[in-house]
Design a protein around this ligand. Structure first.
Ligand code: BGC
Length: 507
């Protein structure tokens, strides 16, 4: 489906902004795809902070943690433990390369159904795990499903939405991610209280709930436009003309990978690589994956550390809602620049607060009030991310690729994102051990760079119909030199191939 065989039904001239059944199903797709991704992000940190889990699978980490007066920064430094978290993202990276093709061949419905089943098996393996191998194979299966969902959902949403609501509808995906994360954190908080020590099993097995929603939900989804056309026309009514137009256009997209390296797509290619790279270099997943571990490092006891991660999870959800209502009014750039600045300030403050108490030796105690201030600044940081790089990291790439390069562009976006998510998951606990409080300055430095990058190189894309996006690049001070005049014919034959869904301008 990310192959572009999708109609801009709601955004088309004939039905401007109408919430058709088709658009409604889009939201269902977004909901389930985002939920499972979020649940997987949020669940691992709490589980790896649970003692029964550590005792069973990572006894060495457990021993280190028990030893009095160890270097706080280093107690969780263990490659295998990080692999438990990170393997999912590696699998998602690989899956995203196949997702576009598989979905085109099998159709959205059956590839979602298959993805849902993969999730279910992954959740079952995790919940029943007897050894580290079962844990990691389960995570890999979950990752395959995530690769598929993240490849298709954001682009699908942006194509379906009318231009003036595109930001809002697309962020539905990110909102579901954050709800998934929060749900996972709440569940960890509850299962951690199970005295018999199997709480981690419940946490991991409950991934089956969003997985079950996807599997069942997919059976109710409308087929792909192409298979609808093959089947006949009676039951699709007014959307038929759009389906024909869109599938004709999609068929013309033969060489997305060859096209995307053409000079005139230099801007899009750059964004497909830099935006997901920067999103991960904000350091957000240090908080999302390892908040409970981080808070324990700061001296919070088991329960308090899980509670604090529930608090950051709540902030994440509510701040995402802020972006839903502002993104199509204030625009993408304003959110990027404001959110980035907020994150920089918080990172410097948190790094300094930790430096003062732990220094470089990593030995020390943080009083309660002091720790609360650290958590407060972490929350302000999370809010900044949640209305900027969080949603926009998925929205902007999904709206800037013309049809001709869309499958390739989105594959690059997802795989770069997953690759750096993997790197952070794999390296964070080791980095904390070596960089110590400097880790917060390290990510803060990156946010400075990315904020300048946005200021200089990202034009505003709010309210611009996808098929007219070429005009935005053509009038940008830097990117215009890459686009020849003959590449810009809005409404002309060439543009229909290069940038449109075959219907000309959006209403
Ligand atoms: C990012 C994830 C992150 C999440 C946090 C998403 O946009 O891609 O890596 O964990 O936001 O809410």
């Amino acid at each position: 489906m990310a192959g572009g065989a999708i109609v801009n039904t709601a955004g088309g001239k004939d039905y401007p902004g109408k919430l058709t059944l088709f658009v409604f199903f889009t939201c269902v797709v977004a909901a389930t795809g985002g939920l499972i991704f979020g649940y997987d992000i949020g669940i691992s940190g709490g589980v790896t902070a649970m003692d029964p889990f550590l005792k069973k699978f990572f006894p060495e980490v457990y021993r280190k943690k028990q030893a009095a007066q160890t270097n706080q920064y280093c107690q969780y430094d263990n490659q295998l433990l990080q692999t438990f978290t990170s393997s999912l993202y590696l699998a998602a990276l690989v899956a995203s390369f196949f997702a576009a093709t598989v979905t085109r061949v099998m159709g959205r419905k059956w590839s979602m159904f298959g993805g849902g089943l993969t999730f279910l098996i992954g959740a079952a393996l995790n919940g029943a795990a007897k050894n580290v191998a079962m844990l990691i194979i389960g995570r890999i299966l979950l990752g395959i499903g995530v690769g598929f969902a993240n490849q298709s959902v954001p682009v699908y949403l942006s194509e379906m939405a009318p231009a003036r609501l595109r930001g809002m509808l697309n962020i539905g995906f990110q909102l579901m991610i954050t709800i998934g994360i929060l749900a996972a954190e709440l569940i960890n908080y509850g299962t951690n209280k199970i005295k018999a020590g199997y709480g981690w099993r419940v946490s991991l097995a409950l991934a089956a709930v969003p997985a079950g929603i996807i599997t069942l939900g997919s059976l109710f989804l409308p087929d792909t436009p192409n298979s609808l056309l093959d089947r006949g026309t009676d039951d699709i009514g007014e959307e038929y003309a759009d389906l024909v137009a869109a599938s004709d256009e999609a068929r013309k997209v033969e060489h997305p990978w060859r096209n995307i390296i053409k000079r005139r797509y230099r801007a899009q290619l750059t964004m497909a690589i830099m935006i997901p790279f920067f999103q991960q270099l904000t350091g957000i997943n240090v908080i999302m994956f390892y908040a409970p571990v981080l808070f324990q490092t700061l001296g919070f006891k088991g329960d308090a550390s899980l509670m604090s991660s529930v608090i950051t999870g709540l902030v994440n959800v509510f701040a995402t809602v802020v972006s839903i209502f502002t993104v199509d009014r204030l625009g993408r750039r304003a959110l990027f620049l404001q959110g980035g600045t907020q994150m920089i300030v918080c990172q410097v403050v948190v790094g300094t607060l930790i430096a003062v108490k732990f220094g470089t030796s990593g030995i020390g105690d943080i009083p309660k009030g002091y720790a609360a201030v650290v958590v407060l600044f972490i929350c302000i940081y999370v809010a900044g991310f949640a209305w900027s790089w969080g949603p926009l990291g998925w929205l902007v790439p999904s709206e800037i690729f013309p049809l001709e390069i869309r499958p390739a562009g989105q594959s690059i976006n997802v795989s770069v994102n997953m690759f750096f998510t993997f790197c952070i998951a794999q390296a964070f606990l080791t980095m904390l051990c070596h960089f110590k409080f400097g880790l917060f300055y390290f990510f803060g430095g990156w946010v400075v760079i990315m904020t300048i990058f946005i200021a200089l190189f990202l034009p505003e894309t709010k309210n611009v119909p996808i098929e007219e996006m070429v005009l935005v690049w053509k009038s940008h001070w830097f990117w215009k030199k890459f686009i020849a005049d003959e590449d810009v014919h809005v409404g002309g034959n060439h543009l229909q191939m290069a940038a449109g869904n075959g219907k000309g301008a959006d209403a």
